[in-house]
Ligand binder design. Structure first.
Ligand SMILES: Nc1ncnc2c1ncn2[C@@H]1O[C@H](COP(=O)(O)OP(=O)(O)O)[C@@H](O)[C@H]1O
Ligand SMILES: [Mg+2]
Length: 360
């Protein structure tokens, strides 16, 4: 909960200040069945120019965390019960809704899974992008139009000048997502939040959209939070990774650390269930059991009922693990994280697969 010790990264590890610092965030929802503890003491940082991958099964609190950052939690039934969300020295949780609207779209932009939820069907794509610029900047419509055409070109929309006047339904799914990226980049945000941005797209289109996202990021040096359940996407795109389980951060590390030497059994479970082109499907090891109820989390370590490493040890059932500090920006919420190297070796032996998601 709010008072438990949190993993704090060593300031000496980086000279740069974090762009975004989420500290001890608690977001809950009141429902007929009880209080849903959707986000329970989450902390993470995003540095300028880096991509932070956030992974975890469905319902682990990934989206609610970023909706809290954006001030988009419906209250009620939602409530942010604790925490700080510091963007560039300013606590977003202390802002009025008017001030927050100013931050959204300008300093922080968001790309959702389904662009149709963010695009207005009765306005041309170009007009919507121009509007996004004009809301935050005092420029003429001609200048805005020119900037929009450049943005559409940047994200690879062909014939951008003609495409300006077309409506969202005249764009394919991939083109709409490119337009969304263009819209998100329109005001050169410092922070870009992409929540499952390619989940709804075909694999080939996915790769193109991710490339565009990468290019847009490099162009603006924005920090990116990339939420995905696809570890392949994380391997490709992210610098650092946060693994979430049951509304909490259970592991943090660089992409290499997470993929090559996971320190939490849940992370290992995610890696072992990652489909790989060179691997037989039957060799995949799904994580047994179901994600936990966020109304009534299991006692001790929330992962213990599904955990192979725990092997029913009483400490796992009774004592809630803190996020153990394993080095600069490296943490694991497992009492037995020191046994993970052996665990990884065992899984590799059992499946004949190397635990690694990327050769990079
Ligand atoms: N408006 C809401 N009312 C009640 N529960 C909610 C609401 N929004 C999200 N939740 C719950 O919060 C939990 C975390 O959801 P979410 O962050 O969307 O998960 P994910 O990791 O899949 O993005 C889920 O159990 C979800 O049902
Ligand atoms: Mg989600």
């Amino acid at each position: 909960m709010g008072s438990e010790p949190q993993f704090v990264d060593a300031p000496s590890a980086r000279d740069v200040q974090p762009l975004l610092s989420v500290r001890d965030l608690v977001t809950e929802f009141k429902t007929g069945d009880g209080v849903v503890h959707a986000v329970d003491g989450v902390s993470y940082e995003v540095y300028p120019g880096e991509t932070l991958g956030v992974v975890g099964e469905s319902g682990s609190g990934k989206s609610v965390t970023v909706m809290s950052i954006l001030g988009l939690i419906p209250q009620p039934p939602g409530r942010i019960a604790n925490g700080e969300i510091i963007l560039d020295g300013q606590d977003l949780l202390q802002l009025s809704s008017r001030e927050l609207r100013q931050v959204r779209g300008k300093d922080v932009a968001m790309i959702f899974q389904d662009p149709m939820t963010s695009l207005n069907p009765v306005l041309s794509v170009g007009d919507q992008l121009a509007e996004a610029i004009l809301v935050h900047e005092d420029v003429s419509e001609d200048v805005a139009r020119k900037r929009v055409v450049e943005l559409l070109e940047l994200v690879g929309v062909p014939n951008a000048d003609q495409r300006f006047d077309q409506y969202p339904h005249e764009y394919s799914g991939g083109m709409r997502q490119r337009a969304m990226i263009a819209m998100a980049m329109a005001n050169r945000p410092k922070l870009l939040i992409a929540d499952e941005p390619t989940t709804a797209l075909d694999v080939t289109i996915q790769a193109q959209v991710l490339e565009v996202l990468q290019a847009a990021k490099e162009e603006t040096n924005a920090g990116v939070i990339l939420i995905t359940h696809d570890l392949g996407v994380v391997a490709e795109m992210a610098d650092r990774v946060v693994v979430m389980y049951g509304g909490r951060v259970v592991e943090t590390g660089t992409v290499d650390e997470i993929f090559h030497s996971p320190k939490h059994p849940y992370t290992l479970g995610l890696l072992s269930s990652l489909p790989r082109p060179d691997q037989d499907l039957e060799r995949l090891v799904p994580i047994p059991g179901q994600p936990p109820s966020l109304i009534n989390l299991p006692s001790g370590c929330a992962f213990h009922p599904r955990c192979h490493l725990g092997r029913g040890r009483s400490r796992c059932r009774t004592e809630e693990p803190a996020l153990y500090d394993l080095g600069p920006m490296r943490g694991s919420r497992c009492h037995f994280h020191e046994e993970m190297a052996r665990e990884v070796a065992e899984v590799e032996k059992a499946t004949g697969a190397r635990i690694e998601g990327s050769e990079a």
